[in-house]
Design a protein around this ligand. Structure first.
Ligand code: PMP
Ligand code: GLN
Length: 398
């Protein structure tokens, strides 16, 4: 009998309603464009140099000595859970129990997905700071929840949060606040005073909070302050971070979630049925990475600060309006000074025009018109690469 080769025939679209409209991520699209044109890729945020050699060696040693080659424990290997707790204590003075208050995930992405799938009922409202990282909208949609953006707005050369707008966005249906600081793509870092106000609001309105802190070690002025440390927040906050950014191993996909036993247990329930467990050998290597001396974290930040200034100065000289990032490894710019308004068209043409790829921020907004003229560049690349990119971008105005 011939095999059935006809596609599923139905009037119904294959992709369900919750995911309708979520096409290929902008990161994949722009990285493919960069590869096709040979452009310098300042779009997708991944470093062009791997993290510390001794940590890569620890991963390879783990594979070769059989550490984690078979299903590791569901919550993560004890070595990593203990190291995550030691990290939270060392940098923030936050105490968590490695046995019950930590969960290892497949990157922060799975942590966010599992948290939202575990904690939300269909119809719950989730407040997120817009422009938001693209997985937020998709995960909120997969949970059947409703996203409510609170837009960060340009003010005096940077993007800022209007606390009154945030307060006004809370309704009786609001269940959860999804907070990203340091913030991708704007580079905004919420100040301790802003975080205190957010915490007060969460307590007053009895909200759960999920914090995405993947750029915790990339704060260029001041220090990262986790929301979980504010009064009343430990019991309602799930803090999420990962290895990708801090240790320049974005391909390893090791992330972690910390929070109360009740919150972490809820997330673990969802995670069990998403990936069951996360890749084993990398967990052992990450346990070593989290225990690197302060000099590693200081050096990493200093290097990226220098690169921020290099690229920022270059973008300004090339004619962009630059919003100075206080954290992350991204710079958001505005292309209006070039007499252009459409960031998507600009980014699609940029590789041909000058051999550089970037990301249009409009895709991070509910209403793309809000961020239409914004374009994001990453500076997590080698100094020589950034210098060449700056040189190429300088040709735009000429
Ligand atoms: N959150 C934000 C704000 C990010 O920029 C990224 C980077 N990809 C992630 C989450 C995902 O992190 P991971 O690669 O650990 O899943
Ligand atoms: N976080 C990175 C960025 O914002 C990469 C994200 C991704 O490829 N999913 O560019």
């Amino acid at each position: 009998m011939a095999l059935m080769t006809a596609p599923v025939s139905s009037n119904r679209p294959l992709l369900n309603r919750r995911l309708a409209g979520f096409g290929t991520t902008i990161f994949a699209e722009m990285s493919a464009l960069a590869a096709r044109t040979g452009a310098i890729n300042l779009g997708q945020g991944f470093p062009d140099t791997d993290g510390p050699a001794e940590i890569a060696e620890a991963a390879s040693r783990a594979v070769l000595t059989g550490l984690g080659n078979q299903y590791p424990p569901g919550p993560g290997v004890p070595e990593l859970r203990t190291a995550v707790c030691a990290h939270q204590q060392r940098f923030y003075g936050l105490a968590y129990d490695p046995d019950t208050e930590v969960l290892v995930t497949a990157g922060a992405t799975e942590g966010i997905a599992a948290a939202l799938l575990a904690l939300l009922e269909p119809g719950d409202e989730v407040i997120a700071l817009e422009p938001f990282y693209d997985s937020y909208a998709a995960c909120i949609a997969m949970a059947g929840a409703v996203r409510v953006p609170v837009t960060l707005r340009p003010h005096a050369g940077a993007f800022t949060l209007d606390l009154d707008e945030l307060r006004a966005a809370v309704t009786p249906r609001t269940r959860l606040l999804l907070l990203n600081t340091p913030h991708n793509p704007t580079g905004t870092v919420l100040t301790p005073a802003e975080l205190a106000a957010v915490a007060e609001l969460a307590v007053e309105r009895d909200l759960l909070v999920v914090t995405d802190e993947v750029y915790e070690h990339l704060v260029f002025e001041g220090a990262h302050t986790p929301l979980a440390g504010f009064p009343g927040m430990r019991e309602r906050t799930l803090s999420i971070s990962s290895a990708g950014k801090t240790f320049s191993f974005t391909g390893w996909k090791v992330g972690w979630v910390t929070g109360t036993r009740e919150l972490v247990t809820a997330v673990r329930t969802a995670k069990q049925y998403l990936t069951y467990v996360s890749a084993g050998p990398f967990q052992y290597a990450m346990a070593e990475a989290l225990r690197l001396p302060d000099s590693y974290f200081d050096g990493f930040r200093a290097d990226l600060r220098r690169k921020r200034d290099l690229l920022g100065d270059g973008l300004r000289a090339a004619g962009f309006e630059v919003f100075q990032p206080r954290g992350t490894y991204f710079i958001t710019t505005d292309i209006t000074p070039f007499g252009e308004k459409d960031g998507q068209a600009f980014c699609r043409a940029l590789p041909e025009r000058c051999g550089v790829a970037a990301i249009p921020n409009s895709v991070f907004y509910d209403d793309p018109a809000t961020g239409r003229s914004q374009v994001r560049f990453t500076f997590c690349k080698g100094t020589g690469v950034l210098e060449e990119a700056v040189e190429r971008l300088g040709r735009l105005a000429r």
